[in-house]
Structures are given as structure tokens and as C-alpha cells.
Design a protein around this ligand. Structure first.
Ligand code: ADP
Ligand code: ZN
Length: 529
């Protein structure tokens, strides 16, 4: 039980054991304690929790925390209990009795903090419960964690979050704090509008993580490239390797282990015990690499992760930022490394096309992907572009690949015309659609069996691209896809034209492409794919 009448700073020191507030924590807690509303944008690891935990302890009544991270509630509550803070949670993972006990403690005024899953707000019983709390011991504040979930355009929309405005209508005098680590200017505006936070003070922390070196490389032989990165720059370091699929998580973890590098897999297909065990080992042991899907990382607080590697393209800049942000929380130099290639663009575009959701949803997914692709294909400072995405302006950083090894752009108009006219020919003459590999065979004039079968040596474009090698053509096609000059048309990754490609074919629009820096020749092995 926390003593009555402590100041925010005393709570910080005596309850949480920290010397001083960090960043704008002091101003934010003051705002809430004084009864005002706040919108807080702080990167992951910035220290958002204290911003509502401390005011909840200082103000009379119980602080109600709405959080979609049900899986973390037990851990959060346990951590608070260990500090002597009276905390509880209500979510669907509990049995009836546990819920009853929490409700009784709440009504008796025995809880400083209550974590509440958003879907519980749909239940009239929850509102009645809060009514009784409000009448008896009072509600100290409402904290809305992961507030970007209210944004229908965001990458993480939760319909239940729309119910949150009802809380404010019912209890207009209770101060509210909305927190998120990921919000563009547009998302921020949407949070303000949907949660009626027009009068809230906004606290926007810098999103820059200056100790992280950003690097995005052309995917060539990703596992070998990864091995190269680990061996040359991060031997014996702890790191996280993100892969898109469970199978590739398993394969990559096996591959690293075979190479004598300690690595463990983590994905939602593993049973809970294995997941827990791997996570605990990652936190405890030095120099362990976690190979994981994005199911891993939420709530993980390991300060000395020296690198985060992505073997596949993330779906959004928000996701990329959040995942790479797990590197270097101790402020020491760390690497964010991503390998990205033609197949990533084809695959992601295809996932969107074939996925669930209406046209608006797909358009939104496409916009997220396009922003991520723009970051991959930029010839400018990566950090600048990343921060710009989060509405923050910056100078060239000197600590990303394009700053350290300036990337050139080149006039790719002729190359683009060659690719696009090949796609056009295949489209009109044959009513057949082909993927990138076949198009490259035509351009470079290689007479494969498939070329013979379709008599594609007879096409006027056969061999017109002999000036570039297949790797260079893949880079061209990758960028044409990234920039929307080509579309993925089917499940098999066949390519088609777009409105934009017609400008290149018929209006001679100019196309600028990025020249991938010289590839380091990786040592090839048979096992690596
Ligand atoms: P976020 O929710 O923004 O990702 P957390 O609230 O989980 O961040 O805090 C991240 C880490 O920083 C935690 O380990 C927390 O204990 C620590 N921390 C937060 N505020 C302070 C502070 N004022 N002094 C020292 N450590 C802090
Ligand atoms: Zn830079």
C-alpha cells in the first residue's frame, strides 16, 4: 500500500526506485495529477508506463488502464505487485473466480491500478462496475495504452477502441492520458479527434535513436549475408533476427546453430512452454540470438540487444521502427539491418491482394507498404526519411548506410522501357502472364526450355537487355514494383502493367532508379539458400 500524500517524485523514488524522471515524464505526470488530459508519443522503451502509474498512485481512487496487450497484463501486474503497488486486471483469459476477486478488491478501494482489456468495455456489466467504483472510491484516471489502435488508418486498428470515447462522456471529469509509440501526424490527429482529446497537452518525444546504425541491403543470399554480418560485426552479441514465416524462422535458427552461433527459434506455432523457455534464455544468457516472427518482442526489455536483423521486408515503417527499436536500448552502438529483394515486393503485394479486407483496407495496407519500400529504395539518409515519416525533421545523420556509403541514382528510363515493353508484349501477344525470372531470361537473351516452349526468342525484345546482368535486372524490376510501375497480377507472382507504366511506355516519363552499392562477394555454401 502506497502512503497517502506522496509527491510524484517521492513515488518515483520510493516505490519505483528510480532517481529522477526521464525526458518529459515529470511534465506529463504533473499534467495528470493536476487533472488535465495528455497525449503522449514516446518511442518504445521511452518510459511510458510511469506516466500513468505515478499519477494513479498520487491521485485518489483507482487508475484504469485500457490495454490491448492481454498477454502482458499478468506480467505487468506481477511486476507492480512486487513493488508493493496494488494492481489487478480484468480480461477474458481469467476464470470467473479470479474476476470476482479482482472486482471485489476494486470495489473495496484496494486497487491503485486496474488493467482492463478493451473488449470488456462492450459489456454493460463493466460500465456498471466502473459506475460503482466512481461513486465509492473514485477513478483516478483513464490511461489509454497503444492509443494508435483507435486509428482506422493505422496498422493496428481495434474496433473496441472506438468505445473509449464513451468513457469520457460518462466520466468527463476524470483525466485521461493516451499513449503510443507509433503515430504519424495523421494518426495523432485521428487519435485526438476520435478520443475527443482536443484540449489535451501533447508530449512528443524525439523518435531518433542515434546509437542505431540503419542499413538496408539488396537481398542476395540472405542467410549468408546475415552470417557475414554476425561474424564480422556482431560475434558473441545478443541479437534478434526477424523472419516472415515460421518455417523460415526454424530454418534460419538451424542454419545459425550449424554454423556454431547460438540461436533459438520463437514463433506462435511453438508451444507455450518452449516459447517461455526461449524467451527466458534470451533475457538471461549473453550472446544469444533469437530468430523470430514478429510475435516476439512486445514487452521485451533487454537493454543489450546489439543488432536487429530483418531477413524479410516488414509490412510498414511503424513495424520496422518498433522492431529495430529493440536494439541498443542501453544507448550503446547497435545495428538495424534489413535485407530486401524483388521477391519481398512480389510477396507483400500478393499478400495484400489475396488478403482479407475491403478495398479501403487494401489501399491502406498498400500505402503502408509503399512507405516501407520508399525507405528501402531511398538514396537519401535513412534516418532522415524515417524521422520524417514520424513528422520529425532532421539533418543527414552520418550513421546509416546511405550516409556512410552514398548511394547513387541513375536514369533508368531505358531499362524501364525494356522491362515494361516485354511485359506489354507478353500481355498482348500471348494473353499469358509471366514472372520476373522469365522476363529477365527474355531480356538477357537466355534460351531456356520455357523460352523455347513459348517461342519467346522470336519476340523483338529478346536479348535487348544484354547490357545488364540478371542481378541488375532483378534490381530494376524490384524498383519498378516498389515504385508502382509494375503490378503483381496473380498468385504466381506474374507481372502486369499499371497506369504509371503506360506513362513510361507511351509518354516517355523519366524513371530514376537507385544503384545498389557493390555487393560484397559472400562465400557460398550448399546449405545456404
Ligand atoms: P515504454 O512503455 O515506453 O516502452 P516502459 O515504461 O516499459 O517503456 O519503460 C522502459 C524501461 O525504462 C523500463 O525498464 C523502465 O523501468 C525504465 N524506466 C522508465 N522510466 C525510468 C526512469 N525515470 N528512470 C530509470 N528507468 C526508467
Ligand atoms: Zn543517415
Amino acid at each position: 500500500m502506497v502512503d497517502e500524500g506522496l509527491t510524484a517524485e517521492q513515488v518515483l523514488q520510493r516505490v519505483f526506485g528510480y532517481d529522477s524522471f526521464r525526458g518529459s515524464q515529470a511534465e506529463i505526470t504533473r499534467q495528470l495529477i493536476d487533472g488535465g488530459d495528455a497525449l503522449v508519443l514516446m518511442p518504445t522503451g521511452g518510459g511510458k508506463s510511469l506516466c500513468y502509474q505515478i499519477p494513479a498512485l498520487v491521485r485518489p481512487g483507482t487508475g484504469i488502464v485500457i490495454s490491448p496487450l492481454i498477454a502482458l497484463m499478468q506480467d505487468q501486474v506481477d511486476a507492480l505487485l512486487a513493488l508493493g503497488v496494488r494492481a489487478g486486471f480484468l480480461n477474458s483469459s481469467q476464470d470467473y473466480q479470479a474476476r470476482q476477486e479482482t472486482e471485489q478488491a476494486l470495489l473495496a478501494g484496494d486497487l491503485d491500478l486496474l488493467y482492463l482489456a478493451p473488449e470488456r468495455l462492450r459489456l454493460p456489466a463493466t460500465i456498471e462496475l466502473l459506475d460503482r467504483v466512481s461513486a465509492r472510491t473514485g477513478i483516478a484516471l483513464f490511461a489509454i495504452d497503444e492509443a494508435h489502435c483507435v486509428s482506422q488508418w493505422g496498422h493496428d486498428f481495434r474496433p473496441d477502441y472506438l468505445e473509449l470515447s464513451a468513457l469520457h462522456q460518462r466520466w468527463p471529469d476524470v483525466p485521461r492520458i493516451a499513449l503510443t509509440a507509433t503515430a504519424t501526424k495523421a494518426t495523432r490527429d485521428e487519435i485526438v479527434q476520435r478520443l475527443d482529446l482536443g484540449n489535451a497537452a501533447q508530449f512528443v518525444s524525439s523518435f531518433d535513436r542515434p546509437n542505431i546504425t540503419y542499413r538496408i541491403v539488396a537481398k542476395d543470399n540472405p542467410r549468408r549475408q546475415l552470417l557475414d554480418l554476425i561474424r564480422t560485426e556482431h560475434s558473441d552479441d545478443a541479437g534478434i533476427v526477424y523472419c516472415l514465416s515460421r518455417a523460415s524462422v526454424e530454418d534460419t535458427a538451424d542454419f545459425l546453430s550449424q554454423q556454431g552461433i547460438p540461436a533459438l527459434p520463437y514463433h506462435a506455432g511453438l508451444d507455450q512452454r518452449t516459447r517461455r523457455d526461449h524467451q527466458a534464455r534470451f533475457l538471461r544468457e549473453d550472446g544469444l540470438i533469437m530468430v523470430a516472427t514478429i510475435a516476439f518482442g512486445m514487452g521485451i526489455d533487454k537493454p543489450d540487444v546489439r543488432f536487429v536483423a530483418h531477413l524479410d521486408l516488414p509490412k510498414s515503417v511503424e513495424g520496422y521502427y518498433q522492431e529495430t527499436g529493440r536494439a541498443g536500448r542501453d544507448g550503446q552502438p547497435a545495428t538495424a539491418w534489413l535485407s530486401y529483394g524483388l521477391q519481398d515486393v512480389v510477396q507483400q503485394r500478393r499478400l495484400i491482394n489475396n488478403g482479407d479486407g475491403d478495398i479501403n483496407y487494401k489501399r491502406q495496407q498498400t500505402a503502408h507498404l509503399d512507405a516501407m519500400l520508399a525507405l528501402c529504395e531511398t538514396v537519401q539518409c535513412r534516418r532522415r526519411q524515417l524521422l520524417d515519416y514520424f513528422g520529425q525533421s532532421a539533418d543527414d545523420c552520418g550513421n546509416c548506410d546511405t550516409c556512410l556509403q552514398p548511394a547513387q541514382s541513375w536514369d533508368g528510363t531505358v531499362a524501364a522501357q525494356k522491362v515494361l515493353s516485354t511485359v506489354y508484349r507478353l500481355h498482348t501477344e500471348r494473353r499469358q502472364h509471366f514472372g520476373a525470372g522469365h522476363i529477365i531470361d527474355i531480356l538477357t537473351g537466355s534460351a531456356t526450355a520455357k523460352i523455347e516452349q513459348f517461342r519467346h526468342q522470336q519476340l523483338s525484345v529478346f536479348g535487348v537487355g544484354a547490357d545488364l546482368d540478371p542481378v541488375a535486372w532483378r534490381a530494376v524490376i524490384r524498383q519498378l514494383l516498389a515504385q508502382g510501375y509494375l503490378a503483381v497480377e496473380s498468385d504466381h507472382g506474374t507481372l502486369g502493367l499499371t497506369d504509371k507504366s503506360r506513362d513510361v511506355l507511351f509518354e516517355h516519363a523519366e524513371v530514376r532508379l537507385r544503384r545498389d552499392p557493390e555487393r560484397r562477394k559472400p562465400v557460398r555454401t550448399k546449405t545456404a539458400k
